[in-house]
Design a protein around this ligand. Structure first.
Ligand code: PAF
Length: 283
């Protein structure tokens, strides 16, 4: 695996590959890699000539300074995992490389409700920050395909909107959420759970599975209230939101009229760790 730290070096290298018409698969990450990321790398490898992974903890997408400081970082460990998975190129720039003078390029793009509901409501500015860095990374890598996990379903919707609105020539490939054997969605944040919190965390996925069973049977408001009660029942978790939305516009649905598009989303605090998960209710 070749590692690049600067934009000049990676663009020079990739330009040559692009001239040879090699397809480039891209997996953007913030490091603290886990099996979920490695699955994206493997899928990219199977569909492209070259696979690039970026590791950059993007300060612009953190609305909470403490969350940014606590974000797990271990580049040596990540490097090893990527190399063992057969990733071809790692791009791991410093802040000043991505944002010289601490100045991210402004992004003049509206996301409608996509960046205002759920994660957007509780993490103001988060998706704008994600869009700024992803646009910049796409401009550096010029990937043929870019891979994103459905665990961050709303992020995927924001990125699709970005790519569509700015006509960025890249195929966005959504990938299924990878789970631990007990159902917990893999996330870099899981590393911050204590042993007992880790034992409690799978309840989130179990409740989402029950919600899928009850979807279309119980009225939407009743089902949402039931889910919140179930997650909070043991007194260890606090639900920040539990929503059932349509998967295209991410707007809350009130009934099951267009149920085939319904997805349940939740964000839950377990101690100080905030976990998100979702489930498509009719697929
Ligand atoms: O999903 C992530 O890890 C980040 O939001 C991303 C897409 C790498 C942008 O910083």
């Amino acid at each position: 695996m070749i590692q690049f730290f600067t934009i000049r070096e990676i663009t020079g290298y990739l330009k040559e590959k692009q001239l040879q018409n090699r397809s480039i698969g891209f997996v953007p990450t913030m490091g603290a890699l886990h099996e979920g990321h490695l699955t994206l790398i493997r899928q990219s490898k199977s569909e492209n000539d070259l696979t690039v992974c970026s590791i950059f903890v993007n300060p612009v997408q953190f609305n909470n300074k403490e969350d940014l400081e606590k974000y797990p970082r271990d580049l040596a460990r990540d490097y090893k995992m990527l190399e063992e998975t057969g990733c071809d190129i790692l791009f791991s720039p410093e802040n000043k490389e991505m944002y010289p003078d601490n100045q991210p390029e402004p992004l003049d793009l509206e996301f409608g409700m996509l960046d205002k509901v759920m994660e957007g409501k509780f993490r103001p500015g988060h998706f704008k920050g994600v869009a700024i860095v992803v646009k910049k990374l796409f401009g550096i890598i010029h990937p043929t395909r870019a891979y994103f996990g459905k665990k961050d379903f709303q992020q995927l919707a924001v990125i699709r909107h970005l790519v569509h609105s700015l006509e960025i020539p890249v195929i966005i490939v959504p990938c299924d959420t990878i789970r631990e054997p007990d159902g917990l969605a893999m996330s870099s944040r899981n590393m911050r759970l204590t042993v007992t919190e880790r034992q409690t965390a799978p309840i989130i996925h179990h409740v989402l599975c029950k919600v899928k069973e009850k979807a279309g049977i119980l009225p939407v408001p009743e089902l949402k209230a039931w889910a919140v009660r179930k997650i909070e029942e043991n007194g260890k978790m606090h639900v920040e939101y539990f929503e059932i939305c349509d998967k295209e516009h991410l707007l809350p649905i009130e009934n099951w009229d267009r149920k085939e598009n319904a997805v349940a989303f939740t964000a839950v605090f377990l101690g100080t760790v905030r976990l998100i998960d979702n489930i498509e209710l009719f697929s």
